[in-house]
Design a protein around this ligand. Sequence first.
Ligand SMILES: Nc1ncnc2c1ncn2[C@@H]1O[C@H](COP(=O)(O)OP(=O)(O)OP(=O)(O)O)[C@@H](O)[C@H]1O
Ligand SMILES: [Mg+2]
Length: 296
Amino acid sequence: MLAQVPPANIASRNGTVFNDGWRPILKVNPMPELSVRQIVKSYHNGDDGETKVLDGITFDVKDGEFLSVVGPSGCGKTTLLKVIAGLLEPDEGQVLIDGVPVGPGHNRVGFIFQQESLFPWRTVRENIEYGLEIIELPEEKKRTLSDEIISLVGMSGLEDSLPHEISGGQARKTEMARSLITKPDILVADEALSNLDAQTRNYLQTEFLRISEETGSTVLFVSHNVDEAVFLSDRILVMSNIPSSIIAEYEIDLAQPRNRTSPECLEYRAKILDVLRVEQEKAMSRQTRQRPPVST
Ligand SMILES: Nc1ncnc2c1ncn2[C@@H]1O[C@H](COP(=O)(O)OP(=O)(O)OP(=O)(O)O)[C@@H](O)[C@H]1O
Ligand SMILES: [Mg+2]
C-alpha cells in the first residue's frame, strides 16, 4: 500500500529514515487506525441502580503507534479494552477500525488478557495455535505460522512444554504469540506485564517493544505502571476516576531505545504521576464511602 510521508525526517517503526520530502513509500505492514468515539458504559450495581464507568471516552490510535492508557484502579480500563475488542457492547458510542464501525464479535483485535489465560492441558504450540482455530487452515499452514511466531517471540525449544513447565515471563510471551498469530490489525494488552518480578518485567518490556516493531503492530497498552508506559509508548493517555474520561495526553518525544532513569523519562513520569495521584485519591475515597460500616 502506498502512503505519503511529510517532508520532515520521519523515523519509521522499523528504523528507516525518510528525509527527501513528500514521496510515496511502501508501507511494510499497513495498519488501520483505531478510532474510539464517545464510549459510554454503565454496569448494574448491587443496589438495583447503575454505575456509569465510562463517560464519553474518545481517542484515536494511529497506524503503527504504541499508545498506553493509564488510570486509577477500577476506572474502567479493562471495560474500555473489552468494548474495543468487541467483547462488550457499549451503551453509547462507536469503535471504528480504518474508519469502518466494528461491533460485538469482530476479530480485528488481538487481546492479551489481564489474567493468565493459557489452557493448562495444552502445550505452548497448541495454545498458540488456538488463535487459529476459528479460521479453517490446513495443518501444514498452521504449523508454518506457529513456527514463525514461536521464533519471533523467542520460545523455540519450548513448543512442547505445558504451561506449568514454563516461567511466568514465558507464559506472557506465549499469550502474546497466541494474540499475534492471526496477524490482528491492533494488539490490545491489558496489564500484559503485571504479576512478574522486576527483572522479568524489564526484560519483557524490551521484548514487547521488539516484537511490536518487528510486526509493525499498532498497540493499545493498558498499564498501572507509569515507568513502563513512559519506557514503551509513543503517547500516553490518562483516564480519570469513574465516571471516567480522558483527562490528559502526553506525547513521549524521546527516541528508542530509552533509558528509564534518564532525566527526560523521569520528568514525564513525575508529570503523569501528579495527575494520576489526584484521580487515585478520588477512587480511594469513593471505595471507602461504598464500604459498609463496620458493625461493633
Ligand atoms: N461485569 C461487571 N458487572 C458489574 N460491574 C463491573 C463489571 N465489570 C467491571 N465492573 C466494575 O466496573 C468498574 C471498572 O472495572 P474495570 O475492570 O474495567 O476497571 P480497571 O480500570 O480495569 O480496574 P483494574 O485497574 O483493577 O484492572 C469497577 O468498579 C468494577 O467493579
Ligand atoms: Mg483491569
